[in-house]
Every structure is written in structure tokens, then in C-alpha cells.
Design a protein around this ligand. Sequence first.
Ligand code: SF4
Length: 257
Amino acid sequence: MMTAMPPKKIKSKRAKSLTPTEKSTFEKARIVTNDSVAKLADDIVDCERCPRLRAYCEAVAREKKKAHRDETYWGRPIPNFGDPNAKFVILGLAPAAHGANRTSRMFTGDRSGLWLYRALHKAGFANQFSYENADDGLELINCVITATAHCAPPDNKPLPDEIDRCREYLERTFALHKPRVILALGSIAWTALFNELKRQGAWTGARPTFGHGVEVKLEDGRVCLGSYHPSQQNTFTGKLTEPMFDNIFARAKRLLK
Ligand code: SF4
């Protein structure tokens, strides 16, 4: 029997007695002054803000897929995965119901992960190529993977208000990592990225058109890259090929030098 390896948890220090306004102020201050990669992971895993997504993830974890019926599903929100000191942030869409929602690690246990971790390993951003289990010893190098929504959504489509509720974690990811290169996988991640950059004042004007290989340099020097998502919809149809995907990570590598 296989058992999902939950990420290491740290006891939450959040003050439960604060009013919503006080709590909001407290949380905001904490983002700036006292956040950490471990706290961020803890808060994501404990998050219950989206009832639809939480109910869906738990139902999937209970019902399971036939091929994984002997496994214990994670069924919780999926924290970021990667190097705590990473300057390369990869923004995906959301965990897969029988992938990360089962294994507890971003892009782990499904075909998208095969594509992503293979490309990361080839480009030197991963110590090995593996993607099936969270306890495989995989480590990322100068790279961290996050998502527009940290819970698996029905039909792989988080709703706009769910992405908006999850935005705090993207903001904190950027504040903690101060990335030099940000890669958005797919148009929804691209939109979420530029919405966040606009909110931070790092981007003004219209959102750049999404496309595979599109590159946008911000005034502060950060570079945003766009790539087609390595979903089966794109990889099975040939819309995204292995060389196309590899080129994105080779470009990120050059930009980080
Ligand atoms: S999608 Fe994000 S905000 Fe919504 S419950 Fe999951 S972790 Fe929380």
C-alpha cells in the first residue's frame, strides 16, 4: 500500500481571537515582516477559504480512482514545492484531482508532471527526473513551483473568485522569493500573474498577449515568460512538443545567469 507523504507542518501561530479587520491587518504585516517559506506552506495546507474546492478535493480523496484505490490521498491544499532560495518561480494553474491532490506535491503523479520534471531536470533545475511519488527524493534547484489555485478544481477550472482568494499565497511567494524570472504555464496563469503585477504596481497598461515563448521584461528587471501548459490536451495534440517546452527552460536558465 502506498501512502502519501504530507509536507512537514509547523504549528500555526495565528491569533484566532482577532476581529476580521484586525486579522487582515495582522496578516498583511506578517506578509511583509515575519513570513517564511514554512509558514506559507503551513497556511496553504490549512486553508479552507473555498468551500467548493475543499468539498471537491475531499470527495475525490474519499472516492479515489480505481488505479489508486489502495493509496491514501492527500486531499488537502498543495503547498509550493521547490528550493526555498529559488529565484525562478513557475506558476501553474491548479493541482490535478488524482495527481497532486493524491500525492501531496505539485505536478506529482500525473502526465503534466512527467513533462515538467523531465524539462526541469534537463535544464539543471532538478536533481533527478521523477514525478510519480512525493517521497522520491526529488529536489529542485533555484526553482519553486506554485499555482494560481492550490486546491484541485472540478474540470481543472478554478473560478475567478477562487483564484482571487488564493492570490494572497502568490503575493507571499513573490515577497519571499523575489524572483528574477517568472514562468506562467498557460493563459490562466498568465492572466493571474499580470493581475498580481498590476496590483503591485509593477505593470501598468494592458496585459500582454499570452503565447508560447512570449517574454516580457518588467521595469525592475524581472522577466515573465509564457509557455503552453503541459496538459495532455496540449501534449497529446502536439500543440506543445518536448523541444518547445525544453526551449522555455533553457531560456529561463540563460536569464538567471
Ligand atoms: S484554492 Fe487557495 S484559497 Fe481556496 S481553499 Fe484552496 S488554498 Fe485556500
